[in-house]
Write a protein that binds this ligand. Structure first.
Ligand code: ZN
Length: 430
């Protein structure tokens, strides 16, 4: 249970009132101190006094990545620039960099959330945490590093890549926890296997962030590294950075820090809330962020809520793993396909590995075709290619309502990368 970095409200019942207080503070703070937000709120006909219930959130205007670019270099700025102690930046997928700024209180709040992630993962001062993510302008390095220091663990700021150095530290420092992207985790796990050093390691936990993960990928990493548990850590530069939630030992979703932000899941087309269990776009409103608060910020990330109480006992609410981005959605023969849906299907097919590519082509007949290239799992020699591909295409048909050709490849034949692995290849001409 969380004792050092507990939720800031006492019971689930208290959450709406707690969030309302933060929402009122945020709207009033942004209205008073940011010309951008004042303009937006006035444009929507809302003044801070209008926020009387949590339902009034729906009256607030949306913001998105374009607003960050328009306000470059310090978008959404809502404090005196002298209050800013740090900036972080991410290269947006298109156009200018996104720059986000932090007051000291913002940094403290972020590290509280991050230390809570480590605590929920069962880490303590006894642990040695090897951090294999990018440092510098990225939020990842600073977040993982300072969060682990706040917890009191020994930190090893190894950075990404350099598998030789990573293996040396794993052995010599007897690292107990590894933090990296899922792609890097897979690369390192395969390196550990190739070197045959698994049994000389003390690794027991992995914390994977920055990209979508699947059950199959996690199972492979767990097996090759010999760790007890792998956790999924979501995050977004605009929302402090990584560490805004964590999957728990019950393995039924990701607890998110609802005492620091409100998460809405909306239909990307209509912007109405999705029905329980449906996939929606994650839209964030912060409750205490000073320098660059977010009001209904559209992230384009997709997930669904996990309803009910978690068996682990944690009262913080849950969402599912990130199922992709609304930008990555592919429309194939009139059906919307999110990459995460393919992950989910493959995770349920015995013998299918975690690595795959979806290829979309348009042939002379004017029709669209999908080919799914899937690696075998490490231990799947006994299943024939034909049986495996038949099973996968039946499951894809059953779950996604689409027909596709399936090609089975030997384990290890698709490219690996240290950051995000590209899985969708759309070669259709429009
Ligand atoms: Zn839980």
């Amino acid at each position: 249970m969380l004792t050092r970095f507990p939720p800031k409200y006492a019971s689930k019942r208290d959450l709406p009132a707690f969030q309302l207080e933060g929402l009122r503070w945020t709207v009033s703070h942004a209205f008073r101190n940011s010309p951008f937000y004042r303009g937006r709120l006035e444009g929507a006909g809302v003044s801070p006094g209008d926020i009387r219930s949590i339902g009034d959130l729906a009256r607030l205007p949306f913001t998105d990545a374009d607003d960050l670019r328009d306000g470059y270099p310090l978008p959404l700025l809502s404090v005196d620039p002298r209050e800013i102690v740090r900036i972080h930046s991410s290269s947006g997928t298109t156009g200018k960099r996104k720059i986000l700024c932090y007051t000291q209180k913002d940094i403290d709040d972020w590290l509280y959330m991050f230390a809570r992630c480590y605590e929920l993962a069962g880490l303590s001062r006894e642990d040695r945490v090897q951090i294999c993510v990018g440092y510098g302008l990225w939020t990842a390095g600073a977040g993982f590093q300072l969060g682990a220091e706040k917890l009191g663990a020994m930190t090893i700021p190894a950075g990404p890549g350099n598998l030789d150095l990573q293996c040396t530290f794993l052995l010599d420092l007897q690292t107990t926890a590894l933090c990296c992207t899922a792609s890097m985790g897979l690369l390192l796990a395969e390196e550990v296997q190739a070197r045959g050093i698994r049994d000389r390691l003390k690794l027991r936990k992995g914390i994977l962030g920055a990209e979508r993960t699947s059950d199959a990928m996690i199972a492979t990493i767990r097996e090759l590294l010999g760790v007890d548990r792998v956790y999924d850590i979501p995050g977004l530069t605009e929302l402090y950075g990584p560490g805004t939630g964590l999957s728990c030992d019950a393995e039924s979703g990701i607890h998110y820090w609802a005492d620091h932000y409100i998460l809405e899941l909306l239909d990307p087309e209509t912007l109405a809330p999705v029905a329980p269990g449906e996939i929606g776009e994650m839209v964030y409103t912060t409750l205490c962020k000073e320098a660059a608060p977010l009001i209904r910020y559209r992230s384009r990330d997709l997930t669904r809520f996990v309803e009910g109480d978690c068996p682990c006992g944690c009262i913080l609410p849950r969402h599912d793993r990130i199922l992709g981005r609304s930008d990555d959605m592919v429309v194939f023969r009139g059906v919307n396909i999110y990459p995460g849906q393919v992950d989910e299907v493959l995770s349920q097919v015995n013998g299918a590995g975690s690595e795959y590519q979806s290829h979309f082509t348009r042939r002379e007949d004017g029709k669209d075709y999908m080919t799914l290239k899937v690696e075998r799992a490490t231990q799947a020699a006994q299943i024939s290619d034909g049986a495996l591909s038949g099973e996968i295409s039946r499951e894809i048909k059953r779950n996604l309502m689409i027909s596709c050709a399936v090609e089975i490849l030997p384990y290890g034949s698709l490219p690996r990368s240290e950051r995000k692995t590209r899985r969708t290849f759309d070669d259709r001409r429009y």
